[in-house]
Ligand binder design. Structure first.
Ligand code: ASP
Length: 330
């Protein structure tokens, strides 16, 4: 099977001055994940490698540089899911783990549970070889400044470099046909301590089913949960019609949803690539229609065809083209 990889750095109103860092971060994430897949390595390792890069990049809202909660602390959530077994591992409200995706993987591989939170999750991570850090090590100067502005003033998106969200995620298909998806986030800025959004919830911020595809979501978590967006997108992949008249109906143009046509020169607009894009687009359309909220998602269908859509001003994303080159965009 031909490997495939797609990543995102969140759907938000990315300011012009952050575009370079977002694209570079997505490119480095693709490099990390693709170096695994290119040499025949497993999709799980590729998802982890890509997300670790994105967590370490402070322009994104995950790991170091995450938004601070109301108390001025970082609280991270993450999930990884195996599309073959439907087994997932998730963590939430971590304050002392640099790369929450590693902790999520440990839960999936070494526990019989699906999700661990807060101190229990940190203890489990430490017991499985993941070093704990000082909570202050996850706080970037930019987010500390933004939090202080929110405390002095009222909370406002402008304080956060013009954005309020920016979760990261990756979906990978390896040569053996294994499909994994993962999502990692610092959540929303100035959230109440203990708040958990869609990101680490199976079916909401992430889902993978090798029979349909793998999905990672971003956007307003309280709305994404309402429509169980990742699982919904997977279901749409399985059922999406691929006839020409579905390419652009008025219902798809009415809610300001952005997606891209397949970049592959040989892509058949009525074929599998189009089906992946249509599934993504329909899920975001449902988010807009039923919740009036904003967000986005990336996906690979069961054959590794990339799809993405968002109804925010911008989304940072990248995927590997059939010739092995990288396509990144905002
Ligand atoms: N979905 C995330 C959350 O609500 C935020 C984001 O994607 O930017 O925690």
């Amino acid at each position: 099977m031909k490997p495939s990889l797609i990543v995102h750095g969140g759907a938000w109103d990315i300011p012009d001055e952050a575009i370079g860092a977002c694209k570079a971060g997505c490119r480095r994430a693709l490099e990390a994940g693709w170096s695994v897949l290119r040499s025949g390595g497993p999709a799980l390792d590729a998802v982890e490698a890509a997300i670790v890069v994105l967590e370490d990049e402070p322009v994104f809202d995950a790991g170091f540089g995450s938004h601070l909660n109301f108390d001025g602390r970082v609280e991270c959530d993450a999930i990884v899911m195996n599309g073959t077994t439907l087994r997932a591992g998730a963590v939430a409200a971590l304050q002392r783990v640099r790369n929450p995706i590693r902790a999520a993987r440990a839960v999936m591989e070494h526990s019989s549970h699906m999700m661990l939170v807060a101190e229990g999750a940190e203890r489990f991570a430490r017991d499985h070889g993941i070093a704990l850090c000082d909570p202050a090590d996850l706080v970037s100067d930019a987010e500390r400044t933004a939090w202080q502005l929110c405390r002095e003033d009222s909370h406002a998106a402008e304080h956060h470099r013009g954005h309020e969200q920016g979760t990261v995620g990756a979906v990978a298909l390896d040569a053996q046909g294994n499909l994994f998806a993962g999502t990692s986030t610092g959540g929303t800025c100035c959230k109440l301590p203990g708040r958990v959004g869609d990101s680490p919830l199976i079916g909401c911020g992430c889902y993978a089913d090798a029979a349909a595809g793998g999905v990672s979501c971003t956007g307003y978590g309280e709305a994404i949960m309402k429509i169980v967006m990742a699982k919904t997108a997977c279901d749409l992949l399985g059922s999406a019609p691929i006839s020409e008249h579905h390419r652009s109906g008025p219902e798809h143009n009415s809610s300001n949803i952005h997606s891209v046509k397949p970049a592959e020169p040989s892509a058949n607009p009525c074929g599998e690539n189009f089906r992946a894009m249509l599934g993504a687009r329909k899920a975001v359309h449902l988010l807009a229609q039923r919740t009036h909220a904003t967000g986005g998602l990336i996906l690979l269908d069961r054959d590794g065809n990339p799809g993405l859509a968002f109804n925010t001003p911008r989304m940072a994303y990248g995927y590997v083209l059939p010739d092995g080159s990288f396509h990144t965009s905002i």
